[in-house]
Write a protein that binds this ligand. Structure first.
Ligand SMILES: [Zn+2]
Length: 219
């Protein structure tokens, strides 16, 4: 027992865990420091996605939450996925209560963009969330059209930009299934809407969306 405690102590000295939002030291089992936890909206953010789908998100796309996402996506902080996933899990339990999902899928990136970044941040989140929810995650759609970055485009341009960008790659896995569709951020909902529309072609029983951050101005 004493040995175990010592190992844990040593491990935390060598590999300290930090709050992804403000960089303060936190305990291994925590996902944010007490100050940042206080800034997390109690009920999360819920909004509709093009096509009538629901989307829930635990965090607003503001301040330290936004900066943490940028470090995660562009600053090589892949390990943040482990700290973000419990927030997604909590939000899903609150927003979708007793809904049973067969699996998680995520908004895919074009292979050229994956090559540049080295990973798909939404896939990393899907992997960590799948461990917590104890359901699998699968890639069932792919992005086979290069598109312009969505930010800076007007709403109608966003929709045209993404039109036909995604393609079903595993029809059988979608047919009749209840699917949780995950992305990192929701802005106008065009990307999730287009992905849901693509999934819908293969006749799932149900689609709900979840993102870590939401741009919705609810404050
Ligand atoms: Zn913090």
């Amino acid at each position: 027992m004493a040995e175990k405690l010592n190992c844990g102590f040593l491990h935390s000295l060598l590999y300290p865990v930090r709050c992804p939002y403000c960089n303060k030291l936190i305990e291994r089992h925590e996902y944010a420091c007490k100050d940042c936890l206080r800034d997390i909206p109690e009920n999360g953010i819920e909004q509709g996605v093009l096509g009538g789908y629901r989307c829930c998100s635990p965090l607003p796309y503001t301040g330290n939450f936004k900066k943490a996402m940028l470090r995660f996506k562009l600053g090589g902080k892949r390990r943040y996925a482990k700290r973000f996933a419990p927030l997604l899990y909590k939000q899903i339990k609150e927003s979708y209560e007793d809904t049973v999902f067969d699996y998680i899928t995520f908004v895919p990136m074009h292979k050229v963009n994956i090559r540049q970044r080295g990973f798909n941040q939404s896939e990393l989140l899907a992997l960590e969330l799948s461990n917590l929810m104890k359901i699998p995650y699968f890639k069932v759609i792919e992005k086979d059209k290069m598109t312009h970055a969505q930010h800076g485009l007007k709403l109608d341009q966003r929709r045209t930009n993404l039109k036909g960008a995604f393609k079903v790659i595993d029809k059988q896995k979608i047919d009749g299934r209840s699917i949780l569709l995950l992305d990192d951020i929701i802005t106008t909902g065009s990307t999730l809407g287009e992905c849901a529309k693509t999934l819908q072609k293969a006749k799932p029983s149900y689609i709900c969306c979840v993102t870590l951050l939401s741009v919705a101005n609810l404050y």
